[in-house]
Design a protein around this ligand. Structure first.
Ligand SMILES: [Fe+2]
Ligand SMILES: [Fe+2]
Length: 312
């Protein structure tokens, strides 16, 4: 893959709303000393000057910047995409998928781009980034696979919620796809640390407790360091406490509802069937009972399609 390094971080990286709160680290000490140790370690590594966030390939960043411009030249998009063969191949494959092809195969990249449109082309580029860069670590291989599958599903569900509510849906897939990327980042940091220092792996429950505590903050910090739009880093930061969010697009609540649906179908988390009547989050989005039922069915179908395609 043609990767251009995007090193460094903004001067206020880790400050402002993205700061990892010392008090929060101490809060878990009561439960588990090992979790505090891991959380402190992760925070220390993230805050250190020599920490390099995972690299965001240039194709993903360029497409994100272009998606915000009204006068996009498709030749320019093609030029950017063709520098990355993996992304280019995936775009042609998606354009030929049942969802987009309507029985009309496309062979060329330019036709595939025209068929998908810029936002979907950008989303495909991020799918490739998620699979090859974010949800990847030498240890935790099966968890990473699980997280990647759940991330894709989250993207599809978040977009569906926005479409049904006639919300602006352009960033919804990306918000869903990346909302739990902090978990992958933390697992990567922990795995590297153990490997480098020849340590036995930390207890899984303690690592998971750290992930639960820090993943939203870590994910939003990395997004910020990549220069991605604020709607994304805010949706990630607030997805487990959406009542505190000030985002007007309601994206953190959309992602919180997405998470609920993922739990309902057991994607990336243990399955826990939800009782829609007992979930105030649905009402915060003004979803009607009919819309809620339709979304539950949509999530169930999406996870089944996923299982079928991965069994092929
Ligand atoms: Fe989460
Ligand atoms: Fe989640």
């Amino acid at each position: 893959m043609n990767i251009h390094m995007k090193k460094g971080r903004p001067a206020d990286f880790g400050k402002g709303v993205y700061v990892i709160d010392e008090q929060k680290l101490v809060d878990i000490a009561g439960g588990d000393a090992a979790s505090l140790q891991i959380a402190t370690l992760v925070k220390g590594i993230l805050d250190s000057d020599d920490y390099e966030p995972p690299i965001l390939p240039e194709v993903a960043l360029s497409l994100t910047q272009m998606a915000n411009r009204p006068d996009v030249d498709f030749h320019q998009v093609e030029k950017i995409v063709s520098r990355d063969p993996l992304v280019a191949a995936k775009i042609v494959a998606v354009a030929n998928s049942a969802f987009y092809s309507r029985g009309q195969p496309v062979r060329s990249l330019s036709l595939a781009i025209a068929r998908l449109g810029l936002a979907a082309v950008r989303d495909v580029a991020f799918q490739v980034v998620a699979q090859t860069t974010i949800f990847k670590a030498s240890a935790y291989t099966s968890r990473m696979r699980e997280l990647y599958a759940a991330a894709q599903l989250a993207g599809v569900i978040a977009r569906e919620i926005c479409i049904r509510l006639t919300f602006e849906s352009e960033m919804a897939y990306l918000c869903g796809l990346l909302h739990d990327m902090g978990e992958a980042i933390i697992l990567g940091i922990v795995a590297n640390h153990c490997k480098k220092n020849k340590l036995d792996p930390y207890p899984a429950e303690s690592v998971q407790a750290t992930v639960e505590l820090l993943h939203a903050q870590v994910g939003s910090r990395i997004c910020e360091s990549w220069g991605l739009p604020r709607v994304l880093s805010d949706a990630i930061l607030f997805h487990h406490r959406s009542t505190e969010s000030r985002d007007e697009a309601n994206m953190s609540t959309v992602i919180a509802v997405t998470d609920l649906l993922l739990r309902h179908v057991g994607a990336g988390v243990p399955q826990q069937k939800i009782n829609p009547m007992a979930e105030p989050l649905f009402y915060r989005l003004n979803l009607t009972p009919t819309q809620v039922t339709a979304l539950l069915e949509f999530a169930e179908e999406a996870v089944q399609n996923d299982e079928q395609s991965s069994n092929k």
